[in-house]
Design a protein around this ligand. Structure first.
Ligand code: HEC
Length: 114
């Protein structure tokens, strides 16, 4: 009995993991903040950065957003986004986001880590 239940749970976990790897919204819907962040980055950042779970950046030297958390906690970007992100790379325009937008973008970046 217990075994059957464990097997069922196992299957469920596999299923969820598969769905999660297919797309962000398949397994767990984005929070409203992350959804707004997604809309924002799609508009302002996707021209250069890969913003999804898969895919290459349109501009090769721009890091895909899903890799940012491998370098530092994405919360660290809050200050930079609020004060105007300067990457020292001339092709990256300087952005300055209002606090609400910063929170939204960070939420979206966090959702990418799942
Ligand atoms: C015109 C192209 C372009 C756009 C638009 C753009 N970026 Fe970038 N971004 C780049 C490039 C190129 C780099 C790599 C810079 C480097 O390696 O020095 C970069 C790097 C970054 C980094 C990594 C910085 C680091 O040092 O780790 C972050 C974070 C980032 N961009 C955020 C954003 C966000 C958020 C937006 C939208 C609001 C955005 N970018 C829009 C081109 C762009």
């Amino acid at each position: 009995m217990l075994r059957a239940r464990q097997a069922g749970l196992c299957l469920l976990v596999t299923l969820v993991a598969t769905l999660a790897s297919v797309g962000l919204d398949a397994a767990e819907p984005l929070s409203p903040a992350a959804q707004r962040g997604f809309t924002f980055v799609r508009l302002h950042c996707a021209g250069c950065h890969a913003i999804g779970k898969v895919g290459e950046s349109p501009l090769r030297i721009a890091p895909p957003f899903r890799t940012l958390h491998l370098k530092y906690p994405v919360e660290n970007l809050a200050e930079a986004l609020g004060e105007g992100i300067v990457t020292g790379h001339p092709t990256m325009p300087e952005f300055q986001l209002d606090p609400g937008q910063v929170g939204d973008v960070i939420s979206y970046l966090k959702a990418l880590e799942r």
